[in-house]
Design a protein around this ligand. Structure first.
Ligand SMILES: NC(=O)c1ccc[n+]([C@@H]2O[C@H](COP(=O)([O-])OP(=O)(O)OC[C@H]3O[C@@H](n4cnc5c(N)ncnc54)[C@H](O)[C@@H]3O)[C@@H](O)[C@H]2O)c1
Length: 360
């Protein structure tokens, strides 16, 4: 392999020595580069994103006897799939609405993100309800780009979902990305013993909420301002928006003890394909990330023995443990322009667990 040698030769040619008349092949090479398709942006500057279920918990401070002051330094929160995704999108330059039904959890995420991104871009502390029909959110009207806002909303409520999309348009003039993360393990049991009321609640939270968010977010993506080059959208072939739904490998395979969760995640997988087909011509991409057995607060909060953790790790082809970053990076990729030609796809993030019938 002599790639290193070739590279050194190229750098000598371009950096040192007497100026040479341009070889005819040089200008031809430039013409050739000019004729290449434009490369997609790797950042999300100027884009506006909604991430549902973006709340995160902050572990109690070492001395919990004194009440925490608003100006106290932020301790590292426990990041879930939603909060880790919100962080990556904001780090890439997006303005991210961190939606959670628990405003305090959403604030933890937003503050952590804003303080991580930049000390000079510190988050506003005031909270406000700009309109009684709008979800409660932090007042950050003076800040743009690479930032996070906490938004209180219940994504099973059509009113709240409409208000979130409306807020993105009224505050920022556009909406580019929707990441539907909210999901719960929900009703326990098989078809024989599951509680039907719990079943309905689970489907509402895991499936209907994603339809409701898309119902209001997609029209907002189509009507918002589009500042990015090549963003013209619609029949012209540009991209107007991107939706990423979080499913699960449980929605691709059987073998879980409870019926509601795999049923709901299977619905998320095929809802993604159906939505992608319905909104592709409008320039809206819709994709699904299916994580495997990640080690996340959702999984370990209720207690997980070392043996169980080890069994989960060994169930994949790679034999490594997954975490929130694995899921969040896959979402970040599908959300951004680098995935401009990808829609209707189901991306498993499971260290190969679903690629094989058995771990060798
Ligand atoms: N952790 C894993 O191993 C794993 C594996 C596969 C799929 N997933 C999926 O990842 C997603 C969740 O990941 P997480 O680790 O961030 O979970 P999490 O439980 O840490 O966070 C979920 C957040 O959603 C919020 N929420 C719940 N119901 C809501 C509602 N109606 N409206 C608004 N907010 C609501 C909660 O307050 C919470 O902050 C789910 O869709 C889950 O099915 C996780």
């Amino acid at each position: 392999m002599n790639a290193g040698k070739d590279l050194r030769c190229l750098s000598q040619f371009t950096t040192f020595g007497e100026p040479q008349p341009l070889p005819s092949s040089h200008s031809q090479r430039h013409k050739h580069l000019d004729s290449l398709p434009a490369r997609p942006e790797t950042h999300l500057l100027g884009k506006v994103a909604i991430v549902t279920g973006a709340g995160s918990r902050i572990p109690p401070p070492p001395s919990s006897s004194s009440p925490s002051r608003p100006d106290a330094p932020q301790t590292t929160p426990e990041l879930g799939n939603g909060s880790a995704t919100a962080l990556l999108l904001a780090e890439s330059g997006a303005t991210v609405l961190c939606v959670d039904k628990d405003l305090e959890l959403a604030k933890h995420t937003a503050r952590f993100i804003n303080s991580s991104i930049s000390a000079t871009n510190s988050p506003a502390t005031a909270t406000a309800r700009p309109d009684p029909n709008q979800p409660q959110c932090e007042d950050v009207s003076t800040r743009r780009g690479g930032q996070a806002l906490a938004v209180e909303a219940d994504v099973t409520s059509p009113t709240d979902c409409r208000a979130i999309a409306a807020y993105a348009l009224s505050a920022f003039g556009r909406l580019d990305i929707l990441v539907n993360v909210v999901g719960i393990m929900g009703a326990k049991g098989t078809a024989v013993d599951v509680d039907p009321d719990e079943w309905t609640i689970g489907l509402d939270i895991n499936v209907t909420s994603m339809m409701l968010m898309a119902k209001y977010a997609i029209p907002a993506m189509l009507t918002g301002e589009h500042k990015t080059e090549g963003d013209s959208g619609g029949e012209g072939g540009g991209i107007r928006g991107s939706v990423v739904n979080v499913g699960s490998v449980a929605g691709l395979r059987g073998g879980t003890p409870h019926l509601m969760y795999p049923t709901s995640k299977g619905a998320v997988v095929n809802m993604t394909r159906a939505m992608a087909a319905q909104h592709g011509r409008e320039g809206v991409r819709v994709n699904c990330v299916c994580p495997g057995m990640l080690y996340t607060p959702m999984m370990y909060r209720k207690g997980m023995s070392d043996e169980m953790r080890e069994r989960r790790r060994k169930r994949s082809l790679l034999g490594t443990e997954g975490n929130v970053w694995d899921c969040a990076h896959a979402i970040r990729f599908l959300a951004g322009d680098e995935a401009r030609w990808i829609t209707g796809t189901v991306l498993t993030v499971d260290a190969g667990a679903t690629a094989s019938t058995a771990v060798l």
